[in-house]
Design a protein around this ligand. Structure first.
Ligand code: 5GP
Length: 185
């Protein structure tokens, strides 16, 4: 899809292009390959927003990774989370003694991942790290350190490359700030 496509008309600006994403994901895959040399990390995809990042990232990691999926929902308004988090789909296998990397689309307030990290730590992984595509540090409400992130973005509501607004825009190849006229309706 080109940036002249119909769907792009709802964006105020493009913040990260697909070429920038491809390059950053490749670099991150190489970093994880080095950091986890000799190990078999479990890559844990947080559905649905991280799907595209996850499928691209695992193909850049030259290690015998295994894949897990979790779905969580955090309640709030359409564009802000409140911190009430529910696990809607849990892991298929246990992670006791495993090296786990949570793969997330974006960290904003940090509340969702903080909850998830604590819940997973109780299951006894050997190590637990967070890889996020986007980091929005201006939105942070709880202290949460990400171990790997590709891009720092300003305080805008973004969509594309897996990120949605009301389940739409996930299929945009680039990441952009959604025009407030769409979600202020
Ligand atoms: P947090 O709990 O860190 O505030 O938010 C985490 C979740 O809120 C993310 O996994 C994502 O689903 C959603 N979120 C936060 N900021 C944005 C954004 O700018 N765009 C979209 N589409 N989702 C966001």
């Amino acid at each position: 899809m080109e940036q002249t496509a119909e769907l792009y008309k709802d964006l105020d600006e493009i913040l990260v292009t697909k070429e920038e994403i491809r390059e950053a994901v490749r670099e991150l895959g190489q970093t994880i390959t080095r950091d986890y040399a000799g190990k078999q990390p479990v890559l844990l995809c947080i559905l649905k927003g991280a799907v595209m990042f996850f499928t691209d990232l695992i193909r850049e990691i030259d290690l015998p990774v295994t894949c897990e999926f979790m779905a969580i929902s955090s309640y709030g308004s359409a564009t802000k989370s409140t911190g009430v988090v529910q696990i809607r789909k849990d892991l298929d296998r246990d992670i006791l003694g495993k090296d786990v990397i949570i793969v997330e689309d974006i960290v904003d307030s940090g509340i969702t991942l903080n909850y998830l990290k604590n819940a997973l730590l109780m299951r006894g992984p050997a190590t637990l790290r967070i890889a996020t595509l986007l980091d929005k540090p201006s939105g942070r409400k709880v202290e949460l350190k990400t171990d790997y992130h590709c891009f720092t973005i300003p305080d805008a509501f973004v969509v594309g490359y897996g990120l949605d607004y009301d389940e739409r825009y996930r299929n945009l190849p680039d990441i952009g700030a959604l025009s407030p006229r769409i979600y202020a309706k």
